[in-house]
Design a protein around this ligand. Structure first.
Ligand code: ADP
Length: 241
């Protein structure tokens, strides 16, 4: 418990710092991108200038991406969270379609239509959880790889599982996965904030998260992330997902 408290406290203070930094960085970066764009237009005939200003623009896009994920990370620690009945299965379906996962991967659903699978929370932030988990599964998977999403209800809880058959997670880094800024992805692709954000959102929803990797120990393959959340306990369960 103490570890978890220290972890949350750290996340919260990193969140506050991040919000400040992201805010300050946003404007000058936009300025740099505009200047590079002007330069490009003014020196249309100069291939070297065009090439360099294009690189500047690409790099500013990269900074903007990092700043945006910092902002969403920071807001998780600050914004008043909505609390309403949320159909987890619906949130999962929306995230899959937002990422167009069906196009390049073999997405398999289990129980994703069950109207009983409601929890109480903030739909936007829960969507962020699914988006982060599914983009990690996608990044670890070969094209056409299987990505399985499942929700399951027990008396008190709903369990959500996201499973892939991708590269898996080496034992040596398992302890660092929830650490902000920890990433093994190429710079520009990963910010290392995805799982840290997942962790704090799930914690706010009184949930638990477990990572099994390899998901299939026999084949030494893939990753399975399990999230357990308290089931919606309102007076009457909503009827229409
Ligand atoms: P990012 O995706 O920006 O790297 P995350 O916090 O979401 O940040 O993930 C941290 C690291 O955890 C990733 O860089 C990757 O090494 C590892 N990881 C997370 N999910 C998976 C997965 N499904 N399969 C393999 N590795 C994963």
């Amino acid at each position: 418990l103490e570890d978890r408290l220290i972890h949350s406290e750290r996340l919260a203070s990193i969140g506050r710092l991040a919000a400040g930094v992201a805010h300050e960085i946003g404007n000058p970066v936009t300025g740099i991108a505009c200047l590079a764009q002007n330069l490009r237009e003014e020196r249309e005939g100069d291939a070297e200038i065009i090439e360099t200003s294009q690189q500047i623009i690409e790099q500013t896009k990269r900074i903007t991406r990092i700043v945006q994920s910092l902002m969403s990370f920071a807001h998780a620690g600050g914004r008043q969270q909505a609390s309403e009945p949320v159909c987890l299965a619906e949130v999962a379906r929306e995230a899959i379609s937002l990422l167009s996962l069906n196009r390049d991967y073999d997405v398999q659903y289990f129980n994703l239509c069950d109207p009983q699978h409601w929890i109480e929370g903030d739909p936007q932030r829960l969507a962020q959880v699914l988006i982060n988990l599914l983009s990690n599964a996608r990044d670890a998977s070969p094209p056409g790889g299987a990505i399985r999403v499942r929700t399951e209800a027990s008396e008190q809880t709903i369990e959500l599982t996201v499973e892939d058959e991708g590269s898996g997670i080496p034992k040596s880094i398992v302890d660092r996965l929830f650490e902000p800024f920890f990433t093994t992805k190429d710079p520009g692709k990963g910010t290392g904030l995805g799982l840290a954000l997942v962790y704090s959102i799930i914690e706010e929803h009184y949930g638990l998260i477990t990572i099994d990797s390899p998901a299939d120990p026999q084949r030494q393959l893939g990753t399975r992330i399990r999230i357990t959340l308290p089931r919606y306990g309102g007076p009457t369960a909503p009827e229409n997902p």
